[in-house]
Design a protein around this ligand. Sequence first.
Ligand code: AMP
Length: 171
Amino acid sequence: MEDLKKAIRDIPDFPKKGIVFKDITTLLRDPASFQRTVDLLGHRYVGKKIDVVVGIEARGFIVGAALAYKLGAGVILVRKPGKLPYKTHKATYELEYGTDTLEIHQDAIEPGQKVLIADDVLATGGTVSAVIGLIEKMKGEIVECAFLAELEFLKGREKLKPYPVFSLLQF
Ligand code: AMP
């Protein structure tokens, strides 16, 4: 796992001063690291009968789509406002400064479908907790929230309770 951690690049002071950005593009561009990441994450959910994987714009699409392919599941896109063409449910959530909104198609998830939420990095958990709200509204059954990496010191998983959280790499 240490080699996968090393494949993620730290960018200090991005997007603003004081934030150390975990740049996963260096992991994604390395064939062996990308394949191992998807295999390790996907292995956890084989046999769990996941119907759909929800990927969060934009890096969550990469992790989510790869996982869904491995699991034989569908992919659902959660996007920034104004990008999805059909009727949507919206969730607005707090950021450090101001708010942000995410959207999902109203017919994306059927009640009772088993849902895996996927994103690249779990930081404060604000984004994923908004996504959880959308899925609850649609009565999807959230099996777990899966992340490539988790910034443990931000305690994001506390915000996602009672849903289980799994991260492949911890920082
Ligand atoms: P949060 O809502 O705080 O959990 O952060 C949500 C989104 O912001 C995730 O989708 C991450 O991709 C991104 N993000 C937040 N902090 C970082 C960081 N330090 N490095 C890389 N991505 C981050």
